[in-house]
Design a protein around this ligand. Structure first.
Ligand code: PA5
Length: 449
C-alpha cells in the first residue's frame, strides 16, 4: 500500500500543466534506461533492486548484531561521512524520541546512536571521547572506499580508545566494518583484525546505499524495524518502476515538476519540513540531489529549512528575496504524540481561541498559511505528503526520492551516479598537508595562500 502523494496544484500560474506533462515521454524512456541499465552511470544501478534482494538471512544477521550491540553498549558510534551515514541518521532521527540523547538507559530501549567521522573537528572528537570514557560503547565504521579521510581519522582514534578501554580481544567484538567486498584499506584491516564485516555492493554508490547494511545496521541497532522499512521501499519500488504516467507515478511527477520549474528560471529547491525530527531527511535529500545533479554547470541547488523555526529567520528571504526559488513541503498528516494547547484564565497571550486544540492543528494551519503566503509571494510550492512517520512510510519516501533523483538527473542529462567534483578539495587538502606525491601542487597552493 502506497501512502506517499505528490501534489503539484500550487504550481499553477508558475509553470503550465503542459510544460510539466511534456516530460512524460522522456520519463518513460529514462525509466526504461534505469531498468535496462542502458543510461549514464549504468554500472551503479544496484540500488534499484535492493528492496527485492534483501533476504531473510541478511535481515536476521543484522537483527542479531543489533541485539548483541544492545547487550554490550549504551552508546553506538557510527563512523562514516556522506552516503555512509546520512541515510541511517535520517531514518533514526525521524523515528527516535526528539530528546533521545537526554533519555536515560531505562527510557531508551536501544543504544543511543552517535556519529563520528563526518567532520574533521578536533573538539568534536575530543568531546566524544569524554563521553565514551564514561559509557559502554560499540562502533561501526562505514566506508565503501575505506580511504576517506574523515572516517579514517575518527576510526584510528576510536579504535585505539576502544582497545585501551576493553583490551584487544573485547574491542574486536565491539567493532563492525561495512566496506567494499574485496579492495580497500578498511577491508584489509578488518580481515587482519577479524572484525565482523558487511559488504557495500560494487554497483551501489554511497548516497544510494541506505537499503544496504550501511543504513540497515544502524537503524536496527537504534531499535527500529528494518523489515517494515524494506517493505515500504519495496512497495514504492513496484510503483515507480512500473507506473507509466505522471499521474500514476509519484517519482515521474516530482522529477517533471522540478525540471519544469528549473526550466522556468527557478534553480533553487528548498525542502521544507514542519518537524525538527525530519531535519536529517532533508540533509540526506540534499546530498542525494546535490551530488547527483550538480555537475557540468547545471543542476537544481538543494536547500532546506525547518519551519516554523526558520520562518523566523529564512522566512523573510523566502517571502520577499530573489525570486529564483521553489519549495517542496514534506507534509506529515498525523504526529506520533498528542498534546493540546491549555486554557489560561487571564488569556494574557490572547491564545485562548486555540485552547483545547491539538498542537499539530496549529502546526498544520501554519503550514497551509505559509504555503499560500509563499505562493502569493511568487514562490511555487509542491507538497509531498505522508500520513505518518514510521518505518514503512520512510522506506517509501527514501526510495521515491532515489528513483526521482535518477530520473531527474537523466532529464538534466548528467550522470546521477558519479561525483567527480568532490575530489577537488581532497587533492588540495592532501597537497597542503604535504602528502607524498603532491609536492608540485603543494608549492603552488601554498604560494596562493
Ligand atoms: O555518495 C557518495 O558516494 C559519497 O557521499 C560517499 O558516501 C562519501 O564520500 C563516503 O565515501 P566512503 O564510503 O568511500 O568513505
Amino acid at each position: 500500500m502506497i501512502d506517499l502523494k505528490v501534489n503539484i496544484d500550487k504550481l499553477e500560474g508558475f509553470v503550465s500543466k503542459e510544460s510539466i506533462y511534456s516530460f512524460e515521454q522522456q520519463l518513460l524512456l529514462h525509466q526504461g534506461s534505469l531498468l535496462n541499465k542502458t543510461g549514464k552511470g549504468n554500472d551503479f544501478l544496484g540500488w534499484i533492486t535492493l528492496p527485492d534482494e534483501i533476504d531473510e538471512a541478511m535481515l536476521a544477521s543484522l537483527e542479531k548484531d543489533a541485539q548483541d550491540i544492545a547487550a554490550q553498549a549504551d552508546i553506538y558510534v557510527v563512523i562514516g561521512i556522506g552516503g555512509s551515514y546520512l541515510g541511517a541518521r535520517a531514518v533514526i532521527e525521524a523515528l527516535q524520541h526528539n530528546f533521545a540523547g537526554l533519555q536515560g538507559k531505562s527510557g531508551r530501549k536501544a543504544p543511543l546512536v552517535v556519529y563520528a567521522g563526518n567532520n574533521i573537528s578536533e573538539d568534536y572528537l575530543a568531546d566524544l571521547i569524554d563521553i565514551l570514557d564514561e559509557r559502554d560503547y560499540a562502533l561501526t565504521v562505514i566506508s565503501k572506499s575505506g580511504t576517506t579521510t574523515e572516517p579514517a581519522i575518527a576510526f584510528r582514534i576510536l579504535r585505539r580508545h576502544l582497545e585501551q578501554k576493553y583490551g584487544l580481544e573485547e574491542a574486536r567484538k565491539r567493532i563492525i566494518a561495512i566496506t567494499d567486498g574485496s579492495k580497500g584499506a578498511l577491508k584489509k584491516l578488518a580481515n587482519k583484525e577479524g572484525y565482523k564485516t558487511y559488504i557495500v555492493p560494487d554497483d551501489v554508490g554511497g548516497r544510494y546505499s541506505v537499503l544496504t547494511p550501511v543504513g540497515l545496521l544502524p537503524i536496527a541497532v537504534a531499535g527500529f524495524d528494518i523489515r517494515e522499512f524494506v517493505k515500504g521501499a519495496l512497495a514504492m519500488k513496484h510503483l515507480v518502476t512500473s507506473a507509466r504516467t505522471i499521474d500514476e507515478n509519484p517519482a515521474f511527477k516530482y522529477a517533471a515538476a522540478r525540471n519544469a520549474l528549473y526550466a522556468a528560471g527557478k534553480p533553487i529547491e528548498i525542502m521544507v519540513n514542519y518537524q525538527p525530527s525530519l531535519i536529517y531527511i532533508t540533509e540526506w535529500w540534499k546530498q542525494l540531489y546535490g551530488e547527483s545533479e550538480g555537475k557540468q554547470n547545471r543542476g537544481i541547488f538543494p536547500a532546506g529549512v525547518s519551519f516554523t523555526t526558520d520562518l523566523h529567520s529564512m522566512g523573510q528571504y523566502v517571502q520577499e528575496g530573489l525570486r529564483v526559488i521553489f519549495e517542496t513541503v514534506l507534509s506529515i498528516e498525523k504526529p506520533k504524540r498528542e498534546l493540546s494547547v491549555p486554557l489560561e484564565a487571564d488569556d494574557a497571550d490572547g491564545l485562548n481561541f486555540v485552547s483545547g486544540r491539538r498542537i499539530h492543528e496549529v502546526n498544520r494551519q501554519a503550514e497551509l498559511g505559509t504555503l499560500l503566503a509563499h505562493v502569493d509571494g511568487n514562490v511555487p510550492n509542491m507538497v509531498i505528503s505522508l500520513p505518518r512517520v514510521d518505518e514503512n512510510t520512510l522506506g517509501q519516501l527514501l526510495y521515491f526520492y532515489e528513483f526521482g533523483c535518477a530520473l531527474s538527473g537523466y532529464i538534466l542529462d548528467v550522470n546521477p551516479f558519479d561525483q567527480p567534483g568532490v575530489e577537488a578539495y581532497k587533492k588540495n587538502m592532501f597537497a597542503l598537508l604535504g602528502k607524498p606525491g603532491f609536492e608540485e601542487q603543494t608549492a603552488i597552493l601554498r604560494s596562493r595562500i
